[in-house]
Design a binder for this molecule. Structure first.
Ligand code: UDP
Ligand code: MN
Length: 297
């Protein structure tokens, strides 16, 4: 694990002393019971983190699927990523699509590359969504492992509105779903049918994680996606499909393979008007879409 092995030595830096008796936030949970950080605005110093990650010459891959009509989301997603995603670091964008010809031209800053990966599409949007796990798994093993250190895997119907940087990186991370970060276990929309491999009993579950953004080291993402794909196939053999598709299998994975970092809902928000008291930065937000007009097209 490079996080532990690599020797990072920092130069002199001036910043406010962390205060043991005065936590930066008292309105939100900053650490899980298994001691994984929960990343909220105000809880980290990006200058320290950037200095550490720059020394490691970290390479980050952003994977996104733009199958069928979802290709229209690539321009807003990638243009805003150029402004806000891992600025100053080495970034590879990996766009999985069946419509390579419709890929827009995006001007990229130095040290950033875009690669279009042609993949087959599936008829049902649920299958398009779920099969992402299989494809990320396969490409992790045959390609990403040779090209990047970390992967950030996101939905297409999203855009960046504020900084998303190396504070999110860890062995394996999940993100608090914007609609359920304050919810109780029984309110989590987990799969509740015992027949499904994604089943989570109502007295278990830590958080409800979004299927729209997760990641980790290539190895960490490989394990996660391999698990989710296998559980999906098991369900398929039994003629059952988890209620929220890949998101349900992801939640099952994180229940028994705890994430090493958890991103707050700042990283999976919606462009609601104004800034809340809890959500101080709308970093990564979903684009409202007309599902019937865009799905299965
Ligand atoms: N997707 C796609 N083409 C489709 C359906 C889905 O590329 O026809 C991909 C795309 O990356 C999308 C993700 O699968 O963001 C999940 O689907 P969607 O965003 O519609 O699910 P929601 O976030 O609305 O639950
Ligand atoms: Mn989406």
């Amino acid at each position: 694990r490079m996080e532990l092995l690599e020797d990072v030595s920092l130069k002199r830096m001036l910043y406010e002393k962390p205060d043991t008796l005065k936590p930066p936030r008292t309105d939100v949970l900053l650490v899980t019971p298994w001691l994984a950080p929960i990343v909220w605005d105000g809880s980290f110093n990006i200058d320290i983190l950037n200095a550490q990650f720059h020394q490691r010459h970290v390479r980050i891959g952003l994977t996104v699927f733009a199958i069928k009509k979802y290709i229209v989301f690539m321009k807003p997603l990638l243009e805003t990523a150029e402004k806000f995603f891992m600025v100053g670091h080495k970034v590879n964008y990996y766009v999985f699509t069946d419509r390579a010809k419709e890929m827009p031209n995006i001007t990229l800053a130095n040290g950033r590359q875009l690669e279009v990966l042609e993949v087959p599409s599936y008829k049902r949007w649920q299958d398009v969504s779920m099969r992402r796990m299989e494809m990320i798994r396969d490409y992790s093993q045959k390609k990403f492992i040779n090209e990047v250190d970390y992967l950030v895997c996101v939905d297409a119907d999203m855009k960046f509105m504020d900084e998303v940087g190396v504070e999110i990186l860890s062995d394996v991370f999940g993100t608090l779903h914007r609609a359920f970060y304050g919810a109780s276990r029984t309110q989590f929309p987990n799969e509740r049918r015992k027949a499904s491999a994604a089943y989570i009993p109502p007295d278990e579950g830590d958080f409800y994680y979004s299927g729209s953004i997760f990641g980790g080291t290539v190895e960490g993402v490989h394990k996660l996606t391999n698990f989710c794909h296998h559980e999906m196939l098991t369900d398929k053999e039994n003629n059952i499909e988890a209620i929220w598709h890949d998101e349900s299998y992801l939640n099952k994975y994180f229940l028994y393979h705890k994430p090493t970092k958890v991103l707050s809902a700042e990283y999976h928000w919606e462009n609601y008007p104004g800034v809340g008291t809890i959500i101080k930065k709308k970093r990564f937000v979903l684009i409202r879409k007309n599902d019937t007009a865009i799905r299965n097209k």
